[in-house]
Design a protein around this ligand. Structure first.
Ligand code: ADP
Ligand code: MG
Length: 243
C-alpha cells in the first residue's frame, strides 16, 4: 500500500513538510487490532529530533499501545514505523526488578562499555548516587521513578517514551521529577514522547501536544511561548474544548 509520505498530522498547514533529516520517528498508517476491536486506526505521526511531545487522550484511547509499538514491543502492529536511534521507555510504575539492586537494574541487558560506570553516572544525575546498592523495594515512589528514568537514560536513547511517569507521585515530588525530566532532556537531547492525562502538565513540559482519539492523532497544537499559565489562556481553552 502506498502511504502518502510526509503528510503532517493535525493542524499543520496543508503541504507543510518536515525536513527529512529532522525526523527521528516516522509512523505511517499504524493500525493495531485486538480481536475485532481497532485501537489504532491508520495513525500518522512524525517526531523530530530533540522534540518534547505530549500525548493526551482518554483512558483506553490507545496511548500505551502506541508507545509499545514505538518501543518495538508489539509485533502485531501493522503499518509503517521507523525510528532512527535507540528507544527507551519509563512507565507509570517504575517496574524495577525487585531482586536486583538499583545499579544492577540499570545495567541489566545494557550492551555498552563500562556498564557499571555508566549506571553510576546516570544514578548521580538523578540524585541517587548513594542508592546504587539499595534494593528497589526500599526506594520511595519518587526515588523509584528517578531510578526508572536513570535506567532509560543509561541507554542513551534518541527517543525517550514516558508512559504517565508522574501520575503515581505526590504533587510535590511530581514537581521535582518534572524539573529532572526537563534537565535530562536539555542535557541529553533525546526526543521525548510523554503520555499524560494532565493538560497542565502537557502545557508546562511539551513543545507540541497531540490528542489521540478514534485511533489517530485527532488534534495537534504547538505550544506558544510564553507558556500558558493563566486558566483563560486561549491554548488551554482550545485544548480543553477538544478533550
Ligand atoms: P491507554 O493507554 O490510552 O489508556 P491502551 O493503549 O492501554 O489505552 O489500551 C487501548 C485499548 O486497547 C483498551 O481498550 C485496551 O483494553 C485494549 N488493549 C490493550 N492491550 C490489549 C491486549 N493485549 N489485549 C486486548 N486488548 C488490549
Ligand atoms: Mg496507558
Amino acid at each position: 500500500v502506498d502511504v502518502p509520505v510526509d503528510v503532517p498530522v493535525g493542524a499543520h498547514a496543508p503541504g507543510a513538510v518536515q525536513p527529512a533529516e529532522a525526523a527521528l520517528a516516522t509512523v505511517r498508517g499504524l493500525t493495531r487490532r485486538f480481536g475485532d476491536r481497532t485501537v489504532l486506526d491508520g495513525l500518522d505521526l512524525t517526531i523530530s529530533r530533540g522534540e518534547f511531545v505530549a500525548l493526551l487522550g482518554r483512558s483506553g484511547s490507545g496511548k500505551s499501545t502506541l508507545l509499545r509499538a514505538l518501543a518495538g514491543l508489539d509485533e502485531e502492529a501493522e503499518g509503517g514505523l521507523e525510528v532512527d536511534g535507540s528507544v527507551a521507555v519509563a512507565f507509570q510504575e517504575p517496574r524495577l526488578v525487585p531482586w536486583k539492586r538499583v545499579r544492577d537494574n540499570l545495567t541489566l541487558g545494557l550492551a555498552a562499555p563500562d556498564p557499571t560506570g555508566r549506571a553510576d553516572a546516570a544514578l548521580a544525575e538523578v540524585g541517587l548516587a548513594d542508592r546504587a546498592r539499595a534494593w528497589p523495594l526500599t526506594l520511595s515512589g519518587g526515588e523509584a521513578q528517578r531510578a526508572s528514568l536513570a535506567r532509560a537514560l543509561v541507554r542513551d536513547p534518541g527517543l525517550l517514551l514516558l508512559d504517565e511517569p508522574f501520575s503515581a507521585l505526590d504533587a510535590l515530588t511530581r514537581i521535582t521529577v518534572h524539573r529532572l525530566v526537563l534537565d535530562l532532556w536539555a542535557a541529553h537531547g533525546p526526543a521525548v514522547l510523554l503520555v499524560t492525562h494532565d493538560v497542565d502538565e502537557a502545557l508546562l513540559l511539551a513543545d507540541r501536544i497531540l490528542v489521540l482519539d478514534g485511533g489517530r492523532v485527532a488534534h495537534e497544537w504547538t505550544v506558544t511561548a510564553p507558556r500558558p499559565r493563566h486558566r483563560d489562556h486561549p491554548d488551554l481553552l482550545t485544548l480543553r474544548a477538544a478533550l
